[in-house]
Design a protein around this ligand. Structure first.
Ligand SMILES: [Fe+2]
Length: 184
């Protein structure tokens, strides 16, 4: 699949963009689960796979996806009435931080070539991120469709496009995980 087929800017709206990114994330998590099982079953530790995962976490998850949510969607929802300190966006921001924590633990285990710690930390990372994605898909995104007006959704979509045009974000498109992802 060439990078052109992976053009999220052609989707219907900003929530569809984020749903598409979640599908990509879930597919990567499935790969991580498979690789983790291989390690558990004694297969050689493929450092390139784990380096790719860390790269994906940094470039796609944090720089692209979390940025759109934390800097653009969540503030729009808070302007529409959600409490920044105690509402769902506060919980989800905290989960983003926790996913960073597990990402760092995976890196430490990989560098130490500690197979047991690598599979255990990967398991914690998978559990957290899968539950987090489900929560956003089932609670936050329907809430966003209800709370934000058509104009607000349009302006969010424009901001997403502007951000996606950033050169840093194009970097991950060459990533092997990205090649597996469906077009959205
Ligand atoms: Fe998300």
């Amino acid at each position: 699949m060439d990078a052109g087929a992976f053009d999220w800017t052609t989707t219907d709206g900003p929530i569809d963009v984020l749903l598409g990114e979640h599908r990509t994330i879930l597919r990567v998590l499935d790969e991580v689960e498979r690789e983790s099982r291989r390690v558990e079953n004694g297969a050689p530790l493929r450092e390139s796979f784990w380096r790719d995962l860390l790269h994906f976490c940094d470039e796609f998850d944090s720089n692209l996806h979390h940025h759109k949510e934390e800097q653009l969607l969540f503030p729009a929802l808070e302007r529409a009435g959600l409490s920044p300190g105690s509402g769902p966006t506060a919980v989800l921001r905290d989960e983003h931080l926790r996913s960073q924590f597990w990402r760092t633990r995976i890196e430490q285990a990989m560098v130490a070539r500690d197979r047991a710690r690598l599979t255990a930390t990967s398991g914690s990372y998978l559990d957290l991120v899968r539950a987090h994605v489900l929560k956003e898909n089932q609670i936050l995104f329907p809430l966003a469709r209800r709370l934000l007006s058509a104009d607000e959704l349009d302006s969010l979509h424009r901001e997403f496009r502007l951000y996606a045009a950033d050169q840093r974000v194009h970097h991950w498109l060459k990533h092997p995980f990205a090649l597996e992802a469906e077009s959205i």
